[in-house]
Design a protein around this ligand. Sequence first.
Ligand code: PMP
Length: 403
Amino acid sequence: MSTWEDRFSPRMAHVRASEIRELLKLLDQPDILSFAGGIPDPALFPLERMQSLYAQVLADAGQQALQYSVSEGLPSLRRWVAERMTRAGAPCDEGNIVITAGSQQALDLLGKLFLGRGDGVLVERPTYMGALGAFNAYEPTYADLGGEVPAGARLAYVVPDFANPTGRTMTRRERDRLLDLAETHDVVVVEDGAYRELRFSGCDEPMVLALDVARSGSIEDVRTVFCGTFSKTLSPALRLGWICGPRAVIEKIVLLKQGADLHASTINQMVAERIVADGHEAHLDRLRAHYRDHASAMQAALARHMPMGVAWTKPEGGMFVWVRLPEGLDGARLLEAALAEERVAFVPGAPFFAVGPELNSLRLSYSLSSPEDIDEGVRRLARVIEARMAYGGNAAQVAAARA
Ligand code: PMP
């Protein structure tokens, strides 16, 4: 008799639960100050408007709101997205847009479209762990975007604005270089713009897609596809995102979308379309003000509490700060100690690396905690780090010293 392991397809060898996710499941306990969850603050969800809009949509569209609909997404919502992409510098129309189940599905479908076993994917160090999770099932090999481009490279994946996990934004020069490299090696660029609308300081950099349109002359001639999402601006539970790219790509994605789940939720698309039609900019301004306050509380707390030798990023948007610990400290072991000794949580950095993890790193999210909790949590975290630095990173010695 075969075991289930024998029956799974060979691609499943690349699909594994992350130890970190397992560990993070334990974080629901109320006394833990957590900087782990990379999710929007629910206080920012437009709850009351959603309540009335679902009722309105059901009243106006009736049964149609509950029916199947087209795989590419509702034309009116696609038009709204196309207008927004056009205003952001990538002139296009609804034929260049497909609505997906969040941008996570966009990454999966793009993996399916472009990647076969052994194909090279160029990624940042570190990169969004969920993109690796989506691509892994297509059995690619990964290489560092900053290093030598291996033969067989097919795709470059980037989060240019307020990246998950680093909070970093690519400079204009880095974006131009990325397109130069993509041209030289004939690779597709996947631009993940999940946090793009959450800029709270500094000035917008052009989308890589916009730079590509400027070079190529038309969206139909670019090598970049852009993934967007309503998760960070409205609500992740809508499960609505989009891909913007040349028609040739969109048409194939629509076929794959049909095979995957037929279409995105009809009623959710109808609600999203109505909610963005009115007061969306004011809503975005409220989100940005919230994240600005939380980000500056975290910067202040890090500056106040962290010992010398610890470095961190200063994001201009989004929800993450990336912390680099002194050499020899390990983010995963630090998490165990932080939970046990100080009841504070974060995500260790290693799983965000496709190859050659830097163990001495971690991700902090300032999305969910109040400025007071941010200060207290960073103070606790600094204490755990300081203790380990004092003993050269040796947890056994620390335990002995405390005993
Ligand atoms: N890309 C990035 C960089 C993200 O951080 C996330 C969510 N954590 C996603 C994509 C997927 O989000 P969604 O499917 O909700 O759009």
